[in-house]
Design a protein. Structure first.
Length: 266
């Protein structure tokens, strides 16, 4: 299979050039300064864990490169409210247009529809994208270790926190974990372990379980992708993983919020 991640990153570099052409950094920083205050993404997950609940980042995702269209009747505001009623701690909103049929407007609509904190789910490789994320109202951003060097991770993490954004840094293997540790972003950032390989899109829950013994103390882990049934949640909770990012399995249901409630027993 071709390397999907490299294809996506090449497009992101084109998008960043277009963003620079239409908006100066000063303009985006002004918009970020005028945005609603961050809602506390990491804090919301901690509250759910403290209450003994599975802390779920519920994802609003229309499509993916591997699965194509996931949900045709796509209303980000309704989905956000439905997830909030279903017990989600936070939301994840895809903003990538070309590969995931996302949009910046979806993040705005979802965040305006409820009180949950929202992460901008995209392939972020430049500080300007982080400034744009805060201007859109994002409370957290995703940094993917497979797409960034340790130096870039450190610089983008610093930029995010200067903007008041929480960070979810994502890994898939031990080499990426080592890069994240060199970057010095832990334990301040959440550590997402994506069970889906972004280069092949193969999904294995064992990815999270195999990496757990290698993690430094104090890290707050989010298991991502492949959580489809209650047994998957229970398997992770048994391994002391209590934070989840769940999208596709919920988005295919008539009411993703009701499906979420059934999945986590809320």
């Amino acid at each position: 299979m071709s390397d999907i991640l490299d294809t996506i990153l090449a497009r992101k570099r084109e998008e960043i050039a277009l963003l620079r052409a239409r908006s100066s950094e000063a303009e985006l920083r002004a918009a970020a300064a005028n945005a609603d205050a961050p809602r506390g993404f990491i804090a919301a997950l901690r509250r759910s864990v403290a209450e003994g609940q599975a802390a779920v980042i519920a994802e609003i995702k229309k499509a993916s490169p591997s699965k194509g269209l996931i949900r045709a009747d796509f209303d980000p505001a309704w989905l956000a409210r439905d997830y909030a009623e279903g017990g989600a701690a936070c939301l994840s909103v895809l903003t990538d247009e070309q590969f995931f049929q996302g949009h910046n407007d979806y993040l705005i609509a979802a965040r305006n529809a409820c009180r949950l904190p929202v992460i901008r789910k995209d392939f972020l490789i430049d500080p300007l994208q982080l400034i744009e994320a805060r201007a859109l109202g994002a409370d957290c951003v995703l940094l993917i270790a497979a797409a960034l060097s340790a130096t870039q991770l450190s610089e983008l993490d610093a930029c995010a926190h200067e903007l008041g954004l929480d960070v979810l840094v994502e890994i898939h293997n031990a080499d990426e974990l080592a890069s994240v540790e060199r970057a010095g972003v832990l334990p301040r950032a959440l550590l997402g372990i994506n069970n889906r390989n972004l280069r092949t899109f193969e999904t294995r829950l064992e990815t999270t379980l195999d990496l757990l013994p290698q993690l430094p103390a104090g890290v707050e882990v989010v298991t991502e992708s492949g959580i489809a049934v209650a047994a998957d949640v229970q398997r992770m909770v048994a391994a002391n993983v209590r934070r989840f990012l769940i999208g596709e399995s919920l988005m295919r249901q008539p009411s993703p919020g009701q499906a979420l409630r059934a999945l986590i027993g809320a």
